[in-house]
Ligand binder design. Structure first.
Ligand SMILES: [Zn+2]
Length: 633
């Protein structure tokens, strides 16, 4: 795309020391990446699909969702681009029953499900002709499909209707759709979905805002997406509009509170567009799911899937919304070629999220957020070191033969963020913003990998300047484990004040008085900076003063409960158990189970809780927790 812009803008300056009173003309920094188009090869160690020979381009999906059998019966009609005149179309599947396959609306064709790979499932090889345009696959999902969580009414807020949601990232789309399951392949889609009467179905597409009479819904997604953004949710849902192109879906008893919590959403969209260009997906809605959702949020296009644990009642945890919104540029628009490049999605998104938060709530606020993440990052790197998995703290990881799940951590997010912040602080914000704007423009609906990104940096920001190259230190940041010795450190004056209150001889009355004005972030800093071996006596005193065990803010609960487990502060255990059984967000579960597992007695307690909690978890969370608790290797 050719888009050379030379925008001149005029800055009215009042020169105090000179006679010049004319407006000063200044050329703003702009970039154009068109002069040197980069070739970016898409390879994917986690997919068997032959997308470089024949790629899917469009999907027509007809599906019936059956809550009784916990299955989806569907036909996936793929339109293909047979670039190499191949006689085979290879798709990824995992635990699907393939009933039959037809070509171009007629003839049945031969297909074979290849031998099962323990991580990647079974490749589906379909015989096609070089001139074949469309391939229809009739299939059914398994009740155990990893991507799909079927909730019984008890697991919802309303307690009367069942609920379903999918989570396809990273390589779980293949458990409910035979597809080319890698982020480097994009397709548009239309869907017809039949669900039980009285329920609403939503997808990562143009969505209804009201229930249909007969449970039949149609969807259209005109912008091409990769398979990991293919998403479906079904339940007793209602919609509430927030802004001109934004709104929220949730169960009827939750929707008003959710709309209130997200009322700054239109401001966030505006701030994001002012930074890096227009929002390209039309509508931006959020669906608040039941608490078993394994992530904070999932950036499914047009419809972010979110955990209810961000509904704190005071908008204090909505940086998550800024994060998912930012993915509409980084990740959904410019997409990593494969999961070894995951940091390109997440590091950029955390950076962008911070910039949105700064634009709306100010630098002190965003620095508090960044500082919390920074402390978490250092802790996480140490745990990688202790587990002898330090190579996985490189930004670009190796996933040949591995499950992308294995390397999932905060590293690509927060080390990626610091890396980009280091670039900003080296070249200056104005230059870096202009660079990023062009990056999202030039590579929108395209792929990106680390090597191409380095080339762009070299061409546009380093430009042969050795001092800049040295300060950017690209090699160490990207290809070496841990953090480079010289890195940006977020700082917050408010946090410095909080930390002063933590002494050997704490003055509980003055802590209580000061804390009355704290934001969630200051609370978190306080709890996180308490000595890890504080002891039950002081914990009890703090609890009496600040009522931390009964907090209703999920972030504060998780931080306090972790400390409680470390100190065997059993007064908090009933609440910890209730939290673990109710909430499925792994960000909270992981640290708590890990803390329990540090002692033999703690492990026994954890396993007892886990037996009750596990049925409530999505496979993403239970798969990880199984490992932490030593239940699988
Ligand atoms: Zn993200």
């Amino acid at each position: 795309m050719l888009n050379i812009r030379s925008i001149l803008f005029f800055v009215g300056t009042c020169c105090l020391f000179a006679a010049c009173e004319d407006a000063q003309e200044q050329e703003s920094t702009t970039y154009s990446f068109d002069m040197e188009p980069l070739t970016i090869d898409v390879t994917d160690p986690n997919s068997a699909a032959n997308f470089s020979e024949v790629a899917v381009t469009h999907l027509d999906w007809d599906a019936v969702v059956n809550f009784d059998t916990k299955t989806i019966e569907a036909t996936a009609l793929w339109t293909i681009d047979n670039k190499a005149g191949s006689e085979k179309l290879i798709l990824d599947t995992d635990d699907l029953t393939i009933k039959n396959v037809t070509l171009d609306g007629g003839e049945k064709t031969q297909f074979e499900l290849k031998e099962e790979h323990p991580i990647y499932g079974r490749a589906l090889e379909i015989e096609i002709f070089p001139e074949t345009k469309q391939v229809a696959i009739e299939y059914a999902t398994s009740p155990a499909a990893y991507a799909v969580q079927w909730l019984n009414p008890q697991q919802t807020a309303g307690k009367e209707q069942p609920f379903l949601f999918t989570q396809s990232q990273a390589i779980l789309a293949r458990t409910w759709l035979p597809c080319q399951d890698g982020p480097g392949v994009r397709f548009t889609y239309n869907a017809n979905v039949q669900v039980p009467e009285g329920l609403m179905a939503l997808m990562s597409a143009e969505n209804p805002t009201e229930k249909s009479d007969n449970g039949a819904y149609s969807f259209k997604m005109e912008q091409p997406i990769p398979s990991y953004l293919f998403a479906l949710s079904v339940g007793d849902l209602a919609f509430q509009k927030i802004g001109s192109n934004s709104g929220v879906y949730a169960e009827p008893s939750v929707v008003a509170a959710a709309a209130k919590e997200f009322e700054d959403l239109p401001k966030m969209i505006k701030a994001a567009e002012a930074l890096y260009g227009p929002y390209r997906w039309g509508q931006y809605d959020i669906i608040v799911l039941p608490p078993s959702f394994p992530y904070g949020g999932m950036e499914n296009p047009r419809l972010t899937f979110a955990t209810p644990t961000i509904l704190a009642g005071d908008k204090s945890l909505t940086s998550l919304v800024a994060h998912e919104l930012a993915h509409s540029w980084s990740g959904n628009l410019v997409t990593n070629t494969n999961w070894e490049e995951f940091w390109l999605n997440e590091g950029f998104t955390v950076y962008f999220e911070q910039r949105i938060m700064e634009a709306i709530y100010g630098r002190e606020y965003s620095e508090m957020l960044a500082s919390l993440e920074y402390e978490g990052l250092k802790e996480e790197i140490e745990s990688f070191r202790a587990n002898k998995t330090l190579p996985d703290t490189r930004l670009k990881v190796e996933l040949e033969g591995r499950d992308p799940e294995e390397t999932f951590s905060g590293i690509p997010y927060n080390k990626g963020y610091l890396f980009l912040r280091n670039i900003e602080e080296t070249v200056g914000r104005e230059k870096f913003d202009a660079f990023l704007k062009e990056y999202f423009d030039a590579y929108g609906f395209k792929v990106m990998n680390t090597e191409a990104f380095i080339q762009l940096l070299n061409i546009h920001l380093i430009e042969g300047d050795e001092t800049i190259a040295e300060q950017l230190n690209l090699n160490e940041w990207i290809f070496e484990p841990g953090l480079p010795a010289k890195h940006p450190i977020p700082t917050s004056d408010k946090f410095a004040e909080v930390e002063k209150l933590i002494t050997d001889d704490m003055d509980y009355a003055s802590i209580k008085e000061t804390a009355a004005n704290w934001s969630t972030h200051e609370w978190l800093r306080f709890v996180n900076k308490l000595p890890r071996d504080i002891g039950t006596e002081k914990m009890a005193q703090l609890d009496e003063t600040l009522d931390l065990t009964n907090s209703t803010n999920a972030e504060i609960q998780a931080a306090w409960y972790k400390l409680a487990i470390a100190n065997q502060y059993e007064a908090a255990y009933p609440n910890i158990e209730a939290f673990l059984v109710n909430v499925g967000r792994y960000k909270f579960l992981g640290p708590l189970y890990t803390e329990f597992a540090k002692t033999p007695g703690g492990l026994v307690q954890a396993i007892q809780i886990y037996e009750k909690a596990r049925p409530n978890y999505h496979s993403v969370s239970s798969g990880r927790a199984d490992k932490v608790l030593g239940l699988v290797k």
